[in-house]
Ligand binder design. Sequence first.
Ligand code: UD1
Length: 358
Amino acid sequence: MAVSHTLLVTGGAGFIGSHTLVELLAAGFDVVVFDNFQQGSREALRRVQALSGRSFPCVEGDVRDAAALDRLFARQAELGAPIDAVVHFAALKAVADSVARPLAYYDNNVQGTLALLAAMRRAGVSRLVFSSSATVYGEPQALPYDESHPIAPTNPYGHTKAMVERILRDLCMAEPDFSAVTLRYFNPIGAHPSGRIGEDPHGAPDNLFPYLTRVAIGQLPELRVFGTDYATADGTGVRDYIHVVDLAQGHVAALRHALSGPGFTAVNLGTGHGTSVLELLAAFAAATGVAVPWRPAPRRAGDIAAAWADPRLAERLLGWRASRDIAAMCADGWRWQTRHPDGYAASGAGSGNSAGKP
Ligand code: UD1
């Protein structure tokens, strides 16, 4: 029974982490959040608690800190609620930043996961769900990407995800009790339909959807469409956008799979549908009534023309499929943005280094 399981959720205060907490709590899991709050928000955790009507421990710490992890596992055991499984989000995730600061990415993402895995072994915990990315596939050899597509990332961030997947695969071979489900996310956008939690990037957003909602609300003057001459139907880049709540529910399904038996599994979390930049702008205008000003701009270095998932393995293995469409992604993301023009910062506690615990 799910009700009796206690989960460690690293990076639970981030965009995907906070939405996943809501779904894990709704599914009856108990959670302990571990986050260094460099990107995540304490206010997001307060809101998850309010939305779910459940409180949970939130420990400030860094996954590279072995002693802090040991203390957390030991404390949970003392409390009679030992950690049964880990959902591991904590990582750095900006592609351009990873090119500029590769060591920070290998340290946080690879070394951080090694420290976590070592602490899990010391504590006898052998179930993991890992936050990976479709970026591990690199340039598509064929579309849609299925899980057997070659792994060939094109930037340090992608390499950190591919390396961790390799480590998990090797660990599952060496330790027949260990189970790891690695989730290859496509492009998560949108927000919880309550409008209470959402994406809160620090500074100018790198990704399309948070950038376009900031233009829509008037904080940025216009969207630059990076490349209008791709070999796609309208010349703009095509991606598999997935509602963050669908993605979050995919974690619940993945966790149940990880708890059900050992082995390494890599699964795409996407919808199987591609949407171009211009199609997303049109869908946003239809869902919200806001036409976002845009202009053509040169291609962004490292971008590919098109990417979308073959989502069938997730359905077959996990019994999960995405159900929310682009209109819902736009409406829900816009609700969050209009209610929180300045993200969580306006809620007093801010996101980064403010004091106070949820
Ligand atoms: C990017 C990362 C990917 C990461 C993902 C996380 C790169 C090259 N890839 O994916 O590794 O896993 O974010 O969510 O950074 N676009 C514009 N104008 C903008 C921003 C984006 O036209 O201001 C276009 C892009 O060219 C692309 C599409 O919108 O065609 C989606 O871009 P984005 O949201 O950044 O996602 P990815 O590039 O797919």
